[in-house]
Write a protein that binds this ligand. Structure first.
Ligand code: UT7
Length: 331
């Protein structure tokens, strides 16, 4: 039997309209546009401000637009995964809430949590269902309302994050799609990047709220060093494994956490900046949405057969790389 690859056959995204600029942040904490721009590459980020809205309210419009642009009937979808660190609620899964909002009724749905590497872990998981033939059409949606866990009194983290969602449709192809994946983790890293309260160890209480423990905690420098080396090493490992020379790679799509990290990874891979998809300046770190938002934004520049490496690093620590070939020319 001919081998099946899990091919991305459509991509869509959604970001809220409200912009939080570096100038806005200058009025909120002791920071400057110059510091944020030079240390992170971020100029602005989107914020889902309206009360009562959550990650599904960005994931659902992204999925709805994906169904429309690919001409897919919601009843054809076999499976929906949502990777997120900011689920609407502990349960049910945000994937189920998204399905309800867009009218997907015949799929099984679950959330996947691997911090900023969630999209890579999710795409790898989903690709197995396509490769084995047990699902024909899968939607993977990365959605995060990072503003709900960002401490806007902490200048070391509040400039980094933004809200958004990106979704892809996966279908079988005999030629294009996910060729390989390498996923790794190091639990020793869990102390450098986490949200302390809100889980079963420290459920919400007056004390946890007063101590501002429901927000992202990050030791930036410790994360930075490992992020650069792990994303670069794993991407180079993937290139060597598949004999991809630097000039043969069409696109690197890195998780967008810091422009300096992205540039350092590209340098170590020996690729030019024209080969790297970057939109961090507009959206900041949207955690699970960075990679699909990049694919969505640059979709018109991607061509059938393009060789692409996706790579991400995040809390846990988790990291990984996927090598895929692009399956279509956008119309
Ligand atoms: O997506 C998941 C994975 N996450 C990442 O990959 C993020 C990795 N880390 C980073 O991107 C960087 O470490 C940060 C952007 C978070 C920080 O940049 P940095 O160059 O590592 O700065 P730093 O933490 O070493 O801080 C340098 C200085 C400090 O002041 P002192 O101690 O030198 O006086 C900070 O207090 O910059 C200060 N600082 C700020 N100053 C103005 C920290 N944040 C700010 C700020 N504005 N917003």
């Amino acid at each position: 039997m001919q081998k099946k690859y899990a091919a991305i056959t459509g991509v869509a995204g959604y970001v809220p309209d409200d912009i939080l600029s570096n100038t806005d942040l200058e009025r909120m904490v002791d920071t400057t546009d110059e510091w944020i721009t030079s240390r992170t590459g971020i100029k602005e980020r989107r914020i889902l401000r309206q009360p009562g809205l959550g990650s599904s309210d960005m994931g659902a419009p992204a999925v709805k637009s994906l169904l429309e642009k690919t001409g897919t009937d919601p009843d054809e979808i076999d499976m929906v995964i949502c990777s997120t660190v900011t689920p609407d609620m502990q349960f049910p899964a945000t994937a189920s809430i998204i399905c309800d909002k867009v009218g997907i009724r015949n799929s099984f749905n679950f959330d996947l949590a691997a911090a900023c590497s969630g999209f890579i872990y999710m795409l790898t998981t989903a690709s197995k269902f396509i490769e084995t033939g047990s699902a024909k059409k899968i939607i993977c949606v990365g959605a995060d309302k990072m503003s709900s866990i960002t401490n806007y009194q902490d200048r070391t983290t509040c400039a980094l994050f933004g809200d958004g969602a990106g979704a892809i449709l996966l279908e079988a192809s005999t030629e294009y799609g996910v060729q390989d994946h390498i996923l790794r983790g190091d639990p020793a890293g869990r102390k450098y990047l986490y949200q302390k309260a809100g889980g079963s160890v420290y459920p919400a209480s007056h004390e946890t709220v007063e101590a501002r423990e429901h927000f992202v905690y990050q030791e930036g420098q410790a994360v930075y060093k490992v992020a650069v080396s792990k994303m670069a090493d794993i991407s180079v490992e993937m290139m060597e494994k598949h004999n991809i020379a630097s000039d043969d790679l069409d696109w690197l799509v890195p998780h967008q956490a810091n422009l300096r990290i992205i540039e350092a990874v590209a340098r170590r891979m020996g690729i030019r900046k024209e080969q790297v998809l970057i939109n961090i300046q507009k959206y900041g770190n949207t955690t699970n949405a960075t990679i699909p938002l990049c694919l969505w934004e640059f979709e018109n520049q991607l061509h059938k057969g393009d060789k692409i490496i996706l790579t991400a690093f995040g809390g846990g620590f988790t990291w990984g790389a996927i090598y895929l070939t692009w399956a279509y020319d956008s119309k």
